[in-house]
Design a protein around this ligand. Structure first.
Ligand code: ARG
Length: 580
């Protein structure tokens, strides 16, 4: 291998393409690369090369072509065996050399294993969570929050410069109503004690009262106009509502370990509207409709987008246009990602189309990453019927349930440790569950599934991590130190060791794929695969054996698996407890 042991992991497919290229003149190396497959059944090898497509170029039957290639490359030391089976070249990698390369590289890279510099520090904006002020932060919000946080992490790993934004819904006519309700029927202490519940109550109260006394609507409109003009009294109340709501949201973000670079929400853009209304006007995109202004999008199969109401107030989409331009001007993003429910697909289609019509050549660097609905086992949620499940209550509930399970399993555990593990595992269980399915799918939240320690769950992966830590503790520091120095890979060619090595090898590619598809569940699934393969290795092989060399090699394997699981959990924004 060029450079000896240092062959870095992603190059195996390259190397194989290099070997095959001279055998198939007329095909570029890059095309060959793309044709190389990973067989679903490991009996067909680690890699396979189908020759069907070559029949035309080489004017030979595919099995004959496969035979020729197999014979020509079989002697390369990267292979243990190369077989022709029908039209396929099946390649079995030299397990010993492979294990040596992969395991030593994982150990050497440690916390950097899985990271790359593909991003070359280019700025990527990831907007996620973005709840509405004075509205419940409920279980439905977990999706944008957790999927977005993980996508941001994935882009960190890929070497981009990530800017995390919470585009708070902190603006709109409803704030006029809330201020009016607060002035008529409100009380300061209630807002301080329970901001969201209280403010939501004001909103409901306003609507009840406005039915009886329609003049309240006018009062609310006038109040909102004052807010728009920056009148100090209205602004102060609004600012206070925002601060109190944010305090409540922040409790949840702290539990989830989520941070932001910016909380520039809708209100941030309120004074930047005129520029865009004018720009749309100047570019001849705007039409007047009964005093209101809109952009027609019929040519693109979309309904018209209302930009400005007849009373002059702007809309959600107007603020999103301003936000996109602001982000480009401020961060010069390479990509601008919005993790927002699929219910808003139309909004984002209209918005991108408008940006494009305005002539912004970066419009297609803006990406809406949609996701499906979450519902509860006993029926969907409904804010209207008051069946709101607060996200904070779900997270606390998960911690409580986990605490009970741990206490049951370990009645004498140290209470401080129980608390720490209950938090890491309980919250992690909810997060992992969230990231387990393709994001676009609707799913049903089920406690039994979330907290199962045996299934393909967060607790299962964290438990596997804790097991790897415990094996290393039992091995002792001296053996661990030796394993870091080097090991003899001849002990790592058993079937289960090889299966685990192959998964570790693919880990960086999996992160790249997850980034390209904005799909953290690809990492989640791979992590489950690694945990299962590790547990099989642990089950099939004795690790802490008498033979020192064998022990050191197997401990190296455990260290590599541990590293991959830790980094994988980090990508999912989960903690990796060392004891459980
Ligand atoms: N606040 C909105 C909501 O809760 C989501 C905001 C999405 N982001 C955006 N840039 N429009 O529905």
């Amino acid at each position: 291998m060029p450079g000896g042991k240092k062959e870095t992991m992603l190059q195996y497919v390259d190397k194989i393409a290099d070997l095959i290229a001279p055998q198939v003149e007329g095909l570029e190396k890059d095309e060959i690369r793309k044709m190389i497959e990973i067989p679903a059944d490991s009996k067909m090898g680690d890699y396979a090369f189908p020759c069907f497509k070559l029949a035309k170029i080489l004017r030979k039957a595919p099995p004959l072509i496969a035979k020729g290639i197999a014979e020509a490359i079989a002697d390369d030391p990267i292979f243990e065996k190369v077989e022709q089976v029908n039209a396929y070249v099946n390649m079995f990698i030299n397990k010993e050399a492979f294990a040596g390369d992969v395991i030593s590289e994982v150990i050497e890279k440690g916390d950097d294993f899985g990271k790359s510099d593909i991003g070359a520090d280019r700025p990527v904006v990831v907007e996620y969570s973005s709840p509405n002020i004075a509205k419940p932060f409920h279980i439905g919000h977990i999706r944008s929050t957790v999927i977005g946080a993980s996508i941001a992490k994935i882009y960190d790993y890929l070497g981009f410069k990530v800017i995390r934004i919470n585009h708070l819904g902190d603006y709109g006519t409803q704030f006029g109503k809330m201020i009016v309700a607060y002035r008529h029927w409100g009380n300061k202490q209630d807002v301080i004690d329970e901001p969201i519940k209280t403010l939501l109550g004001y909103y409901t109260k306003f609507h009840e009262e406005a039915e009886k006394d329609p003049s309240l609507e006018d009062e609310a409109r006038a109040t909102f106009t004052k807010l728009e003009h920056g009148e100090p009294e209205e602004t102060e109340i609004w600012q206070w509502f925002r601060d109190e709501s944010l305090k409540e949201f922040s409790r949840v973000y702290d539990m989830l370990g989520i941070t932001y670079d910016s909380y520039a929400g809708e209100s941030f853009y309120s004074d930047k509207m005129p520029r865009f209304v004018k720009e749309l006007e100047d570019k001849g995109l705007m039409e007047e409709d009964d005093g209101a202004r809109l952009v027609r999008l019929d040519d693109y199969g979309l309904t018209p987008a209302l930009i400005q109401k007849s009373d002059g107030s702007t809309l959600y989409i107007t603020r999103d246009i301003a936000a996109a331009v602001y982000r480009k001007e401020t961060y010069d993003f390479y990509k601008n990602i919005y993790v927002v429910a699929s219910q808003q697909n139309l909004h984002f289609q209209q918005w991108i189309q408008i940006l494009e019509l305005m002539g912004y050549e970066w419009a297609r660097d803006c990406v809406h990453v949609p996701f499906g609905l979450v519902s509860l086992e006993d029926g969907t949620m409904s804010t209207r019927e008051g069946r709101v499940v607060f996200l904070e209550d779900v997270l606390n509930g998960a911690v409580d349930k986990t605490r009970e399970i741990i206490k049951e399993k370990n009645p004498d555990a140290d209470p401080e440790m129980v608390e720490e593990v209950a938090k890491a595992v309980g919250i992690g269980a909810v997060v992992f569950n969230e990231l387990s399915n393709y994001r676009i799918k609707d799913y049903v939240f089920s406690w039994d599934h979330v907290l199962n320690f045996e299934g393909e769950t967060g607790p299962y992966v964290q438990y596997t991590y804790a097991r790897s830590c415990s094996i290393l503790r039992n091995a002792g520091e001296e053996v661990v130190a030796k394993a870091k120095e080097g090991f003899d890979p001849q002990y790592l060619k058993g079937e289960s060791a090889h299966a685990l090595t192959s998964l570790l090898y693919r880990f960086p590619e999996v992160i790249l794929e997850a980034g390209e598809k904005y799909e953290p569940s690809i990492v989640t699934r791979h992590l489950v695969d690694i945990a299962q393969a590790f547990n099989k290795f642990y089950h099939d092989e004795h690790i802490l054996v008498d033979n020192e060399d064998e022990k050191v090699a197997k401990v190296a394997m455990v260290m590599a698996a541990q590293t991959a699981i830790r980094n994988g959990l980090d990508i999912l924004c989960m903690k990796a407890p060392e004891k459980m």
